[in-house]
Design a protein around this ligand. Structure first.
Ligand SMILES: Cc1cc2nc3c(=O)[nH]c(=O)nc-3n(C[C@H](O)[C@H](O)[C@H](O)COP(=O)(O)OP(=O)(O)OC[C@H]3O[C@@H](n4cnc5c(N)ncnc54)[C@H](O)[C@@H]3O)c2cc1C
Ligand SMILES: *[C@@H]1O[C@H](CO)[C@@H](O)[C@H](O)[C@H]1NC(C)=O
Ligand SMILES: *[C@@H]1O[C@H](CO)[C@@H](O)[C@H](O)[C@H]1NC(C)=O
Length: 539
């Protein structure tokens, strides 16, 4: 039997619980009422709103979320998820969330490394506007372009291009489940970047919903605003509805290969050579290196594997000639080379088994869902072999360690640092992504992995870019700094902002101040507007 005080405590808890349930039902009800007033076509409420009491809530919340760390029970959950089926619903969502003062998060493909599209750890309550049902793609081969809607995956975009032509492509991400909404607005690199630049370098127009709920295209938003959305990072400057992208030519025969070397096979020396050639090799060739610890021999021994995973815009004969001239140390042979089409090279680089039909891209399914913490670096001078030896030791201490080195140069060096907000251009040899993955979803399990990757990051400091130590905004890393909420000053945000954008950060702040002075679009690492009183008081 419970004592009287326990009983009353229990009923107090129940009361609180039902009060908060009632409050969230009320929020949803007011939101729906407001939305109806502001939508051009009626809203099928029963199939577009998901609150925690709905049986489908969990499935919808988890549908595209990539980092399982941000789905565990202790992480805050939205009041409800709204899945617009018409552009005017997105406009309505902005107007109503502003009017009702409910914090809004927008999600396209759900790949944010820190879960910012589906979790707010700094403001409550919050809601999610999930664009997964706005995923049309209209390819116009004659115009060499396509209009693609934010909720489509990049794999679907590749597929729709391939459906119409085998000599057109688009240079964006390797992972085919990325949502084009978040992906392209943060840059979007992939295996054709050395030839054609980033996805964001190949955007020619867009349609967005601004902080007033208006739809603007490139002409209506103006060149400053259009500059900011091409690389300035997700959810600071409006909600992207559509991109108009420029297609690029691809040859009908391409070549891919993967060659793996262990430390025992001279892996360290070969990687040292790769660092010297990767940036200036033929720009039709992209060779990334996937590096991880593996078990070796008996008695729990370990080694490191370095896998050279490549795409070449051309046939095997020409590729072998390029490799003989620039990188003979890898020992590439004809046998290693697979001649294929562009769309099949996309599947190869994304890691699908050979023979997988391209239609798999229409499923929009992710091949990577994990508990993970990641960080990134850009390298401007080859890392010495002695430093690599120390790196191997550290990688062998962590089971789920993985690091991927991605070459720059070619077109990436020809575009100026201020052309779009993405500033990592000429002088960058390669980018490193550091990763730790683990299987257990208990919050306490995180600490050793997160500590490990932070220590590794400290160890690497002398060998990577400095002042600022730069990072890729699409590999969002809250260790670099975090906004406190609506009133963050731009000086506080400069800590992480300069890492992602170098001096472009200040232009992003100016654009933000102009287009969203009240800071409606915000999250832990959104660009803050300049507020004269507060920012000037600080000097
Ligand atoms: C497995 C994996 C592989 C990856 N591979 C690559 C790669 O090859 N190349 C590369 O460049 N990057 C890669 N990334 C990083 C990826 O580009 C970013 O995570 C990107 O932000 C994902 O976009 P999204 O729409 O899928 O994510 P979301 O989580 O939906 O969004 C990311 C951010 O953008 C905001 N946002 C989402 N939609 C919109 C919109 N319509 N308008 C405005 N803001 C929006 C969100 O609020 C959030 O802040 C990879 C990530 C993962 C997890
Ligand atoms: C789910 O939500 C919709 C719309 O809010 C509602 O009509 C429906 O009854 C709910 N279903 C359940 C099982 O709660
Ligand atoms: C890149 O920088 C190097 C060294 O500063 C310079 O020699 C080279 O011309 C630059 N390349 C381009 C394409 O601007």
């Amino acid at each position: 039997m419970a004592s009287p005080s326990l009983t009353s405590l229990f009923s107090a808890v129940l009361l609180l619980l039902s009060a908060s349930l009632a409050a969230s039902a009320l929020i949803q009800e007011s939101f729906v009422e407001c939305l109806i007033l502001h939508s051009q076509i009626s809203i099928p409420v029963a199939t577009t709103f998901f609150s925690p009491s709905n049986t489908s809530f969990k499935t919808v919340l988890e549908s595209s979320a990539q980092n399982l760390r941000y789905l565990v029970p202790s992480v805050p959950k939205p009041e409800f998820i709204f899945m617009p089926v018409h552009e005017s619903h997105v406009q309505g969502a902005v107007i109503c969330s502003k009017q009702l003062e409910i914090h809004l998060r927008v999600r396209s493909g759900g790949h944010d490394y820190e879960g910012l599209s589906y979790v707010s750890e700094i403001e409550s309550p919050f809601i999610i506007v999930d664009l997964a049902r706005l995923r049309s793609i209209n390819v116009d081969i004659k115009d060499n372009s396509a209009w693609i809607q934010a909720g489509a995956t990049i794999g679907e975009v590749y597929y729709r291009i391939y459906e119409k032509s085998n000599v057109h492509g688009f240079p964006a991400g390797l992972c085919t489940s990325l949502g084009v909404g978040g992906h392209i607005t943060g840059g979007a690199y992939g295996p054709m970047m050395r030839k054609y630049g980033l996805g964001a370098d190949n955007v020619v127009d867009a349609r967005i919903v601004n902080a007033n709920g208006e739809i603007l295209d490139r002409k209506a938003m103006g060149e400053d605003h259009f500059w900011a959305i091409r690389g300035g990072g997700g959810a600071s400057f409006g909600i992207i509805l559509w991109w108009k992208i420029k297609l690029v030519p691809v040859p009908s025969t391409m070549t891919v290969f993967t060659v793996t070397k262990t430390l025992e096979q001279g892996g360290t020396k070969i990687l040292y050579k790769w660092q010297q050639v990767a940036e200036n090799i033929d720009e039709n060739l992209y060779i990334r290196v996937i590096i991880q610890p593996v078990a070796a021999g008996a008695k729990g021994g370990k080694t490191i594997t370095t896998s050279y995973n490549a795409m070449f815009l051309g046939g095997a004969e020409r590729l072998l000639q390029v490799m003989r001239e620039s990188f003979p140390e890898l020992g590439l042979t004809k046998k290693d080379c697979v001649e294929t089409s562009w769309i099949k090279s996309v599947l190869y680089i994304a890691g699908y088994p050979s023979g997988t039909p391209p239609e798999v891209l229409l499923q929009g399914k992710s091949t990577f869902k994990n508990y993970f913490k990641a960080k990134s670096d850009f390298v401007r001078e080859p890392i010495p072999e002695t430093a690599l030896e120390g790196l191997w030791k550290r990688l062998m201490e962590e089971d789920g360690a993985l690091t991927i080195w991605n070459p720059y140069g070619g077109m990436m060096s020809k575009i100026s640092e201020s052309e779009i907000p993405f500033p990592h251009r000429n002088g960058t040899l390669f980018k490193i992504q550091w990763l730790s993955n683990w299987k257990d979803g208990i919050k306490e399990e995180e600490k050793p992995h997160v500590d490990w990757i932070r220590q590794l990051y400290n160890y690497m400091a002398p060998y990577v870019s400095k002042l600022p130590r730069t990072a890729y905004v699409n590999y969002r890393d809250l260790d670099l700094g975090m906004n406190k909420g609506k009133d963050t000053s731009f000086m506080e945000a400069a800590a992480w902002g300069k890492s992602y954008f170098k001096d472009n950060f200040f232009r992003l702040v100016r654009v933000k101040t102009k287009v969203d002075p009240d800071n409606f679009f915000r999250h832990e690492q959104s660009i803050p507007p300049l507020r004269l009183s507060k920012d000037s008081a600080k000097g």
